[in-house]
Design a protein around this ligand. Sequence first.
Ligand SMILES: [Zn+2]
Length: 263
Amino acid sequence: MFVDSHVNLHSENYEDDAAAVIARARAAGVTAMLTISDKLSSTDAIKAIADGDELIWRSVGVHPHYAKEYPDLAADRLVAMAADENVVGIGECGLDFYYEHSDRSVQERVFAAHIAASRKTGLPLIIHTRDADERMREMLEGGQREGAFVPLLHCYTGGPALAEAVLEMGGYVSFSGIITFKNASDVRTVAEATPMDRIIIETDCPYLAPVPMRGRRNEPAYLTHVAEKLAELKQLSLEEVEKQTTDNFFRLFTRASDPRPVS
Ligand SMILES: [Zn+2]
C-alpha cells in the first residue's frame, strides 16, 4: 500500500465526486491518506471526511497564505483542536515569501504558534516553505532549542541546506509530482541526496498533477507516478519505494495506525 501524505480533499474541486476520487486511489494502491488543513474554518469539512473513513487522517493548522485571518492564533487553540484521535499532525503551516499573501511578521507569529503546538502535542509539524529557506531554518533551529519537535518539509522545493538542517533535527522531507517536472532538476538533486528512510511522498492534490497527468486536476491515484519517479532517481524497485515510504509515514505520524499485517 501507498500513503498519500498530503491531500486537500475538502477542496471544491472534489465537491461532485470525492467518493469516486477516493475509490480510484484505492484501486491504484493508494490505500491511506492524510487530508490537510488550510485554515481553521475548514475544520468541519475536513473532519467530516476523516471521520467517515478509517484510513483517512487529518491535520489542524493554518497555511501561511491565511495567517492574516488568524494573526493572534494561540498554540493552545491548536493543541485543543488536535485532541481528536484522527488528527495526526500540526499544519500545514510555515512561511511563503514568494506569494506573501500575509505579511511576513504575521506569517512568522502564526508559524511560531504551530511550532509550539507541535512540541506540546508531540505531533509532527507539516511545513510549507517557499522562498524562505534561511528564515525557516532560523525559526526551526530556534524552536528546537526551546524543546524538540519533528519537522516535515512538505512538497519540498527548497535548497539542500534547509533539507539537511531538517534531517539533522530528525525530520523528514516529502516530495510531490514536482519531481516529475522537466524543469525541476534542483528538486530531484535534493531527493537524490535525502536518505531513503527519511522520505515520504504526496500528491498535494488537487494541485501539481505529476507527468503524464500534468495540467489536469490532480488526485491521490496519481501518487504512483511520484513513486515511479522516486524509484528511478533512487535506482530502487517500485515495491521498495512503496514499502519504505509507507514505513516512514507510520514512523513519522505515530498517531496513525498502520493497517498492514505484521510480518
Ligand atoms: Zn503547501
